[in-house]
Ligand binder design. Structure first.
Ligand code: GLN
Length: 523
């Protein structure tokens, strides 16, 4: 495997700026890696080599002319296919948006373009980001580069898998209940869910608006810091975006660590796969060596987090997804067929052969469009959400969940009055087999136990690779901090990665099939 593929985004940007590498060379190497591996991994929904090369050539030209270069100049970044990219299809991995080409860029995309990054393809996800394995995608399966029979996690599974498989140094994902941190953990890469409001969501196709956040995935923490610095900040087009200054994350993450108090929740480590609790305990020792002091804390309402999330998220989804009616944009059922069938039904009804009067054509258009356009998991969420919001049930479900959410937030406030950050697992088990849980929604939902809390409370969370199971599957740890404590999380992550090399490990398959026997290209 080419050494270039092992470099971080920060290193690539530096080599480009110094004139050591051209963006065309960089992009060609990653395109070659994607050509070799993406047929197997399936991380991308679209990857247009010509478009990538044209962007690379443009930034090479900019450098040649001596123009000022942005902080990610020449470096490729993959984009989860839920973020609008002008002129390029944005599908949310749904038939419903299979033919949708947005006329505008999401704010994060504009900022990446201003930073001179090369937008490198759109990645696979669970349909409308609903899921934790990328298996609900209407278009393709994404495989975990560490074990091709296993899921990459989700919903940003394509973004995590392409970073793990060295097809790109950096990717954007979104996290509503864990969708950046979970796939990062399962694929052995780093991922950051920023504080609610930190990054503008203009142009992010909404799943659950009080929970959604955009964030980066990369192998090293410094890359997360650099990309957050680029995408964060206030945006007049997203009224939920935070008006405060964007700190210089990349500089801050390298500051020496001062004394820190880290909280650990003992019950969490008892409920999970023993290999994961062992890896977290080992990680705690590293943080201790770095000068952190540990304290036991509790989040007493965390046992209700999954139930609370699976009322709130589907409720918001049912409202957000009401816009897909086959009229404004996106998929529309075959109207000719529909009209023919309707005529037939009317004929039967008037002949007294059918007890029911057929629906009026418009109602039928909505119904048929939606039943053909959405997959089963999305329909399940819409039904759950519509039920939870319906008259008579609203108080029992939605309102109740909103109150529990408040208690969960108070638990975090209480914990953060005693410690600076929390250390714990991302997932209860490592990556599971493809097909193993997809028929069991409850098992899928329970997998979100350790990630949904941060979204419900609006705080930030960082997932980092911290070990492997005996079968060679990656294990992730999670650091959670109070709102806007990204500098601290990134700083802890940065120093952790200075002491460990989990993030440098390469999936064995990628190593063995592409470099001569006995020669490892791992740095
Ligand atoms: N697995 C969770 C869900 O299905 C989280 C998804 C996400 O963060 N987008 O809702």
């Amino acid at each position: 495997m080419s050494r270039l593929l092992e470099l971080s985004a920060v290193e690539l940007a530096e080599l480009f700026r110094q004139g050591e590498l051209s963006s065309s060379e960089i992009v060609d190497s990653f395109l070659e890696q994607a050509r070799r591996w993406d047929g197997t991994v399936g991380a991308f929904l679209q990857l247009d080599a010509e478009q990538c090369r044209a962007q690379a050539a443009a930034v090479d030209e900019k450098r040649r002319r001596g123009e000022k270069l942005g902080p990610l100049a020449g470096v490729p970044i993959a984009i989860k296919d839920i973020l609008c990219t002008a002129g390029t299809p944005t599908t949310c991995a749904s038939r419903m948006l299979g033919n949708f080409v947005p006329p505008y860029d999401a704010t994060v995309i504009c900022r990446l373009r201003e930073a001179d990054a090369v937008l490198f393809g759109k990645t696979n996800l669970d349909e409308f980001a609903m899921g934790g394995s990328t298996e609900t995608s209407a278009f393709k399966l994404t495989r975990n580069p560490w074990d091709l029979d296993r899921v990459p996690g989700g919903s940003s599974g394509g973004s995590a898998a392409c970073v793990a498989a060295r097809m790109v140094p950096l990717a954007l994902g979104t996290d509503t209940g864990g969708s950046i941190r979970q796939p990062a953990a399962l694929c052995g890469v780093a991922g950051l869910k920023p504080t609610y409001g930190r990054v503008s969501r203009f142009g992010l196709i909404a799943y659950a608006s009080s929970l959604d956040q955009i964030g980066p995935l990369a192998r090293c923490v410094e890359d997360l810091a650099l990309s957050l610095e680029i995408i964060a900040g206030h945006d007049p087009r997203d009224s939920t975006s935070y008006p405060g200054e964007v700190p210089p994350y990349r500089t801050l993450c390298k500051q020496p660590l001062e004394k820190l108090r880290i909280g650990i929740i003992p019950e969490q480590l008892e409920q999970i796969d023993p290999a994961i609790s062992q890896a977290i305990r080992e990680a705690a020792k590293v943080f201790q060596e770095l000068g952190a002091e540990f304290r036991e804390v509790s989040l007493p309402h965390s046992e209700y987090a999954v139930a609370c999330y699976y009322i709130i998220a589907p409720s918001e989804a049912s409202s957000n997804l009401a816009r897909y009616d086959g009229v404004h944009y996106g998929y529309r059922t075959d109207e000719r067929q529909m009209a023919e069938r309707l005529a037939e039904e009317r004929r039967l009804a008037s002949a007294g052969k059918s007890p029911e009067e057929p629906d009026p054509p418009l109602v039928r258009l909505f119904r048929q469009t939606r039943s053909e356009g959405f997959g089963p998991e999305v329909k399940r969420r819409i039904m759950l959400g519509t039920y939870a919001l319906s008259a008579g049930y609203y108080q029992a479900y939605y309102l109740h969940a909103a109150r529990v959410r408040r208690l969960i937030r108070q638990d975090y406030d209480q914990a953060f009055s005693q410690v600076d950050v929390l250390l714990g697992p991302v997932t209860p088990t490592p990556a599971f087999r493809i097909g193993e849980r997809i028929q069991d929604p409850l098992a899928m939902y329970l997998f979100d136990l350790f990630t949904v809390g941060a979204n419900l409370a609006g705080i930030c969370g960082l997932a980092l690779p911290c070990g492997f199971t005996a079968d060679g599957l990656p294990i992730g740890l999670q650091l959670q901090g109070p709102p806007f404590s990204e500098p601290r999380l990134l700083q802890l992550g940065y120093w952790y990665q200075q002491r460990t090399d989990w993030h440098r490990r390469v999936p064995p398959r990628l190593r063995s099939e592409s470099s001569p026997a006995g020669v490892s290209s791992n740095r």
